[in-house]
Design a protein around this ligand. Structure first.
Ligand code: PRP
Length: 212
């Protein structure tokens, strides 16, 4: 990890770009949106886990002994409700060792400020790798609130996975007190007057689950 407090990377890969293109398309159905988000999350998690420590182990193949590796630490995956739930299946599939925690945050539609409605997490997160899952990073208010909640429980090894991000959200994370790795599928142009990402993909929660 770099010395910067925010270490972020946009995953520039043809599969990510093509799936993201279809995810953005307003004609993509809810069922296909869920499937595309699952595919994209798998790719981003794979990249985000690349520097996780492993322990050396030895297994026996039918032919003989073989050196191998196992994850040193079981990460905690934290989807930010609602939209982060659309990333959970892929995260559990990619990292079956993971435990799961939940944070529910909803942006106020007028102020775009985050309002917390659920926290279900282990009490002590010190020393544990924690991965926050949220498809959208707009103002970063929801992400910063989630990071505050995690840090209050001792988490310092923090990674966020976002499918689409706005530069304003990246800047807010850069200016925050949190040390964070961030894996992003696409960096967009900016936010509109309603704090929606442009061009973005609309409201991920609504596209996954229907309007509130
Ligand atoms: C969206 C999105 C993020 C957040 C991003 O959730 O899923 O959580 O807004 O915006 P921010 O960076 O400005 O905080 P929303 O509040 O619409 O709730 P939902 O997931 O339940 O639809």
């Amino acid at each position: 990890m770099s010395t910067h407090r925010l270490d972020y990377r946009v995953v520039d890969h043809p599969l990510v770009r093509s799936r993201l293109t279809r995810l953005r398309d307003e004609n993509t159905s809810s069922a296909e949106f869920r499937d595309l988000l699952t595919q994209l999350t798998g790719m981003l998690i794979y990249e985000a886990m690349a520097d996780q420590p492993v322990d050396d182990v030895v297994v026996r193949t039918p032919i003989g002994p073989c050196p191998g590796a196992m994850l040193t630490d079981a990460p905690l995956m934290v989807p930010v409700l609602r939209a982060g739930l659309g990333m959970l299946h892929a995260a559990m599939g990619a990292v079956p060792e993971a435990q799961i925690g939940f944070v529910g945050v909803a942006r106020d539609e007028d102020t775009a400020l985050p309002a917390e409605y659920l926290v279900s997490l282990p009490q002590d997160l010190s020393g544990r790798p924690v991965f926050v899952l949220d498809p959208m990073l707009a103002t970063a208010g929801s992400m910063l609130h989630t990071l505050d909640v995690l840090a209050a429980r001792g988490a310092t090894d923090l990674t966020a996975i976002c499918v689409v991000a706005a530069p304003e959200g990246i800047a807010a994370l850069e200016n925050s007190r949190h040390r964070l790795r961030l894996m992003v599928g696409g960096l967009d142009d900016g936010l509109n007057d309603a704090s929606f990402i442009v061009p973005g993909l609309g409201d991920a929660g609504d596209r996954l689950f229907g309007p509130r």
